[in-house]
Design a protein around this ligand. Structure first.
Ligand SMILES: Nc1ncnc2c1ncn2[C@@H]1O[C@H](COP(=O)(O)OP(=O)(O)OP(=O)(O)O)[C@@H](O)[C@H]1O
Ligand SMILES: [Mg+2]
Length: 373
């Protein structure tokens, strides 16, 4: 049972005990709730007492009578608003003071229950109010989860940037202290290594920019009908020098135009990442095959390589941020571990799906399904 804290504020003891009696054993459940919500009830007979109670034991819901002996219900509501307390306030008022109730809802009260009410009326109002509390709780949980994820993301990121920075700093110090003598040429290898580390940082930063654009939804998408084959060809052309350097052959095995409404940049990012991985995690003399097919209402893109492959266990986390597989085969291959998580995010934004099959030392196939609509 999920507990909802309820504070009843009314100067008439009969009303307080009546509400308590109706709600004490009552619970609210909706199909989207994991478990039903029950009430933990506290009572207050004045506005002052209500404020004390709110401060001591923050309720989720306040059922608030307006006409009270000391300060009025409306003032309690104002107090709650002023202090930004996360409480759903519901006014209980007689028909005669309906105007006040309407004013209260304008001032942030969630709703009002007119007096007198039947137990059934009270229960049905409580169902709606509880639903509201439930949604607020879920949103809050999601927000804290988001913060945690951001924190994790930033710690990994700073770690990833710190390593190359330390390396470059070390190389520069060697230069400064002229550790290899006065001849500039003797420092070539140090300069090369520094440039290599800078390249790594740049590609990490570019990946991050892609990622944040996708996640924040601020990348201005330009959705037009495009031929997927052309996008694949562009990406293959871009990757060609890298493939030659690694002695890997690239093949595009589909040729018939396949028109898809999409953003060219986004689809190119998908191809670039999958093809660069297929080259990077390949073997000398290996190959990469790219197929694009139409099946029912979808396009299916698959990129296969004859590379180092992965075990089942290694494949599981692949699409999360900063995941890199660490083993002897990948020891000397650099990367940030963001490529596939970017691919996944883009594919998700097209309501598509990405899967992988792989056999260690034989190769891997990444398959992307994109629904046409
Ligand atoms: N085709 C593949 N064959 C074998 N392993 C792969 C393949 N593609 C990806 N991987 C593994 O999955 C990990 C995550 O890939 P991902 O593309 O996300 O990151 P990366 O290549 O390490 O870095 P980045 O792409 O950001 O430069 C890689 O480190 C690698 O171990
Ligand atoms: Mg990659």
């Amino acid at each position: 049972m999920e507990i909802i804290k309820l504070l009843i504020v009314d100067d008439e003891p009969g009303i307080r005990s009546g509400i308590t009696r109706v709600l004490r054993d009552f619970s609210v459940s909706y199909p989207f709730m994991d478990e039903p919500c029950g009430f933990e009830i506290t009572e207050a007979c004045t506005g002052e007492e209500a404020i004390d109670s709110v401060n001591n034991n923050l309720p989720d819901i306040v059922l608030l009578d307006n006409k009270l002996p000391g300060i009025q219900g409306i003032e309690v509501l104002e107090y709650i608003n002023r202090n930004h307390l996360d409480i759903v306030v519901v006014m209980i008022t007689s028909y005669a003071s309906l105007e006040i109730a309407v004013k209260a809802t304008k001032n942030g009260a969630f709703d009002f229950i007119p007096k007198p009410f039947t137990p059934q009326e009270l229960r049905s109002s409580m169902e709606t109010i509880t639903k509201q509390v439930y949604f607020r709780r879920i949103t809050k949980k999601l927000n804290t989860a988001g913060k945690q994820i951001r924190f994790q993301f930033l710690s990994v990121l700073s770690h990833e940037l710190k390593a190359p920075l330390n390396a470059i700093e070390g190389y520069l110090k060697m230069l400064q202290e002229k550790q290899f003598g006065d001849n500039v040429v003797d420092y070539n290898h140090i300069v090369d290594r520094s440039l290599e580390r800078i390249k790594g940082m740049r590609s990490l930063i570019m990946d991050l920019l892609d990622l944040t654009k996708i996640e924040s939804g601020t990348s201005t998408r330009n959705i037009v009908e495009l031929n997927l084959i052309n996008i694949a060809q562009t990406s293959i052309d871009t990757m060609k020098p890298f493939a030659i350097q690694r002695d890997v052959d690239l093949y595009l095995n589909s040729h018939n135009a396949l028109l898809f409404k999409c953003d060219a940049n986004e689809i190119e990012i998908i191809f670039n990442n999958l093809i660069s991985n297929a080259i990077k995690y390949n073997k000398e003399g290996g190959r990469v095959d790219c197929f694009i097919k139409e099946k029912d209402d979808c396009y299916i893109i698959s990129i296969s390589d004859s590379g180092i492959g992965m075990t089942e266990e290694e494949m599981e986390k692949l699409f999360n941020d900063f995941v890199r597989i660490k083993n002897i085969k990948t020891k000397n291959i650099s990367g940030s571990g963001l490529g596939l998580s970017i691919v996944k995010k883009i594919v998700d934004s097209y309501n598509g799906d990405v899967t992988v099959t792989s056999i260690p030392d034989k190769g891997s196939t990444f398959t992307i399904t994109l629904p046409k609509n």
